[in-house]
Design a protein around this ligand. Structure first.
Ligand SMILES: Nc1ncnc2c1ncn2[C@@H]1O[C@H](COP(=O)(O)OP(=O)(O)OP(=O)(O)O)[C@@H](O)[C@H]1O
Ligand SMILES: [Mg+2]
Length: 566
C-alpha cells in the first residue's frame, strides 16, 4: 500500500560546503514595492546597512528633475511637486506584459504605459543643463536595474568592497516569469542573484538566527506590506521549512490604511471649507504625505495630529485623531488582513490551535490593532510576535525579509556556483510530505511515529515492549487527526470573589490535537519473543511513500523481521 502524499514547494536549502571562494561579499536584499533594504553578515551578526543618507529602509522610488535622477528618500521628497516625473511601485510590474496589467499602484506618480507590449513610464529629462527637456521612456525593467544599481553602490560604499552577488527574497506567489525578470534586472545592475528565497522563509531565518529560535513548530508568517499582503503557514522541522499553504491579496496593505486617514481628514476639510482636497493632485499628495506620518504616530501613541500648510486654495489644515477612531475607520481593511490569516490556516487544513507562533512582518504590521486581532483569532498558547505583542519582536518587522536574506547570503557565500545553482533549481521542485500521521498503538494510546507534514524520505527508530511471550504483532496505522476538548472549571481567585460573582463563569475549553488510528497499513509479526522483551522497530518511508519496517528483539532472542508495503 502506498501512503497518501501531498507535494508542496519547499525552500529548505541543504548545502554541501565547497572550497571555492568564488563569491566573497554576498548581501541580502529585500526589494519591496515601497522600500528596499540591504543586509550583511559581519562577525556573525546580520544587520541592515544604512545608505549614504542614513536610511535603512530605502524608498524604491526614482524621480527626475532637469538633468538629475533622485533616488530613495530624495525621490520620495519629489512626490508632491514632481509626481508625473517620479516612478514608484515598479517591483510588481516586472515580468508582466502590458496586457497582463490588471492592477497597479502608481496612482500618485507616473502612470504605467504600453511600451511595445512591455510596461514602462513616460518621463521628461534633460541630457544636461543646457539641453531641452525631452520625453523618455523608462521601462519597469530599466527602473528596477537603476534602483538595484543604486542599492549595490550604497552597499559597496558602506562595506568598502565590491559586492559579488546577493540573495533576494520574493513573495511565494511570484511566477517564474517574475522571478526571471527580477534576476535579469539584478544581473544587469551588476548584482547577480545567487539565490531567490521566499519571503516567509527569510522571515523565519531572520528569527532563527537572532535570539528567537523557531524549531519543530508550525508557524504563520503574515507579511503586511505597502500594497500587498501575503500569509503563509510554514512547518519548521529540524531546520527544514515547508510551506503548507499560502494566500495573498495584491491590493491590501499599508497604503489602504493611509487612504483611510486621507478620506477621514479630506471629509473633515471639505465639511469646514467646502473644498475636497482629493480633487487636486497636489493637495492630495500633500495630505497623503502627512497621513503617512500621522499613521506611524498612531502605531506608537494613542493620538496623533495632522497639519498641512496651504492644503487647498491656500487654506491651512489642522486636526487630530485618536487610535480608537482610526481603528474604527480602518476596520474593514484591518479585518480583511485578519481574514487572510484565517484563510491561510484553513487552506493548510488546520485550526488556529495547531499554530505555535504567528509572526507579523512588513511595515503595516506595526499597526497595533492587527496584533489584537491575532490575539482574538489564536488561543492563548499561540505566541504572537509583532512589534507590539506581549512577546515583541526584537527586530524591525520591515527589515525581517532583508535580514533573513542576509543570513542566507552568509550561509551560501562560500559555496561554488554549481552547488548554489543546483539548490536554486531545487526550489521549484516539489518535496513530498505526509498528509496523515503514522504510528502504533501502545495499550489504549496511539503513539505518533511520523507526524503529519513530515518531509520524505524519513526514518525513525522506536522501542516497543512485547506484551506477552510468543508471537508479537505490531500493527502500524495511518491515523486521522481529531480534536480533544477538555473543559476546565475556572478556579475562583478567592472565596469572597467566588461568592460575590452573580453569574456563573463558563468552564474554559482547552482544545488539543490528537491522532486516532484509521487505516491499518502494515503489521509486523515477530514469531517468538520473551514476555516484556524490548523490540526495536525501525520505520522508513521513501520519497514515493513506500513504508519499510524492520523489527528485532533487543535481547537478541528471537527472529529479526523486515517487510515493505507494496
Ligand atoms: N510604524 C508604522 N505604523 C504603521 N504603518 C507603517 C509603519 N511603518 C511602516 N508602515 C507602513 O508599511 C508600509 C510599507 O511596508 P514595507 O516596507 O513592508 O513595504 P514593501 O515591502 O516595500 O511593500 P510590498 O511588500 O507591498 O512590496 C507602508 O504602507 C507604510 O506606511
Ligand atoms: Mg514587502
Amino acid at each position: 500500500m502506498q501512503l497518501k502524499l501531498t507535494k508542496t514547494l519547499p525552500f529548505s536549502e541543504n548545502f554541501i560546503m565547497a572550497d571555492s571562494e568564488e563569491y566573497k561579499t554576498v548581501i541580502g536584499i529585500s526589494f519591496g514595492n515601497q522600500n528596499s533594504s540591504i543586509a550583511f553578515n559581519r562577525d556573525g551578526k546580520t544587520d541592515v546597512l544604512a545608505n549614504e543618507e542614513g536610511n535603512r529602509q530605502i524608498p524604491s522610488i526614482l524621480s527626475y528633475h532637469g538633468d538629475q535622477e533622485y533616488h530613495g528618500v530624495q525621490a520620495r521628497g519629489q512626490l508632491v511637486r514632481n509626481a508625473d516625473n517620479s516612478v514608484t511601485n515598479f517591483r510588481d510590474l516586472l515580468g508582466k506584459s502590458h496586457d497582463e496589467l490588471t492592477l497597479h499602484h502608481c496612482h500618485y506618480s507616473a502612470n504605467p504605459v504600453n511600451v511595445e507590449g512591455q510596461i514602462g513610464f513616460k518621463i521628461t529629462v534633460q541630457e544636461d543643463e543646457e539641453s531641452d527637456p525631452k520625453e523618455k521612456i523608462l521601462t519597469a525593467h530599466e527602473a528596477s536595474v537603476r534602483h538595484l544599481r543604486r542599492l549595490t553602490e550604497s552597499a559597496e560604499d558602506f562595506l568598502g568592497t565590491k559586492v559579488n552577488g546577493c540573495v533576494m527574497s520574493v513573495p511565494v506567489y511570484f511566477t517564474d516569469a517574475q522571478r526571471k525578470a527580477l534576476e535579469s534586472a539584478a544581473n544587469e545592475a551588476g548584482l547577480p542573484v545567487l539565490q531567490l528565497i521566499h519571503d516567509p522563509a527569510a522571515v523565519i531565518l531572520a528569527l532563527m538566527y537572532s535570539e528567537e529560535v523557531l524549531i519543530d513548530k508550525t508557524v504563520v508568517v503574515a507579511n503586511f506590506g505597502a500594497t500587498r499582503s501575503e500569509v503563509s503557514v510554514v512547518s519548521v522541522k529540524g531546520g527544514l521549512m515547508t510551506i503548507l499553504a499560502s494566500v495573498h491579496d495584491e491590493n491590501l496593505g499599508g497604503e489602504q490604511l493611509t487612504d483611510v486617514l486621507v478620506n477621514f481628514f479630506a471629509k473633515e476639510f471639505e465639511k469646514k471649507n467646502g473644498i475636497d482636497p482629493r480633487k487636486n493632485a497636489r493637495s492630495l499628495a500633500k495630505l497623503r504625505a502627512q497621513c503617512e506620518i500621522t499613521k506611524r504616530v498612531l502605531s506608537n501613541g494613542t493620538t496623533a495630529s495632522a497639519a498641512v500648510d496651504s492644503l487647498a486654495d491656500g487654506i491651512d489644515f489642522h486636526s487630530s485623531i485618536n487610535r480608537l477612531r482610526y481603528d474604527l475607520a480602518a476596520s474593514a481593511t484591518l479585518n480583511r488582513m485578519a481574514d487572510l490569516v484565517t484563510e491561510a490556516v484553513e487552506k493548510a487544513n488546520m485550526e488556529p490551535f495547531d499554530i505555535s507562533e504567528v509572526i507579523l512582518a512588513g511595515g503595516a504590521s506595526n499597526t497595533p490593532k492587527l496584533t489584537s486581532l491575532m490575539e482574538s483569532i489564536f488561543p492563548e498558547q499561540t505566541i504572537i510576535r509583532s512589534s507590539s505583542s506581549v512577546t515583541p519582536l526584537q527586530l524591525d518587522p520591515s527589515e525581517l525579509t532583508a535580514i533573513g536574506s542576509g543570513v542566507q547570503a552568509s550561509l551560501i557565500g562560500h559555496f561554488d556556483a554549481a552547488d548554489i545553482a543546483a539548490s536554486t533549481d531545487a526550489q521549484v521542485v516539489d518535496v513530498p510530505h505526509l498528509t496523515a500521521p503514522i504510528g502504533i498503538n501502545e495499550g489504549e494510546n496511539f503513539v505518533t511515529i511520523f507526524d503529519i507534514e513530515t518531509a520524505l524520505p524519513a526514518r525513525k527508530t522506536v522501542e516497543v515492549i512485547a506484551p506477552k511471550e510468543g508471537a508479537a504483532f505490531i500493527p502500524i496505522y495511518e491515523a486521522e487527526r481529531s480534536v480533544k476538548v477538555t473543559k476546565v472549571e475556572p478556579e475562583p481567585i478567592d472565596e469572597e470573589e467566588a461568592f460575590s460573582d452573580d453569574e456563573e463563569e463558563e468552564p474554559e475549553e482547552i482544545k488539543e490535537r490528537i491522532a486516532i488510528p484509521k487505516t491499518l497499513i502494515a503489521t509486523i509479526t515477530l514469531p517468538d519473543v520473551s514476555p516484556n522483551a524490548k523490540i526495536e522497530l525501525v520505520l522508513q518511508i521513501d520519497a514515493e511513500g513506500k513504508l519499510t519496517a524492520s523489527a528485532r528483539p533487543k535481547d537478541g532472542k528471537g527472529t529479526n523481521v523486515r517487510g515493505s508495503t507494496a
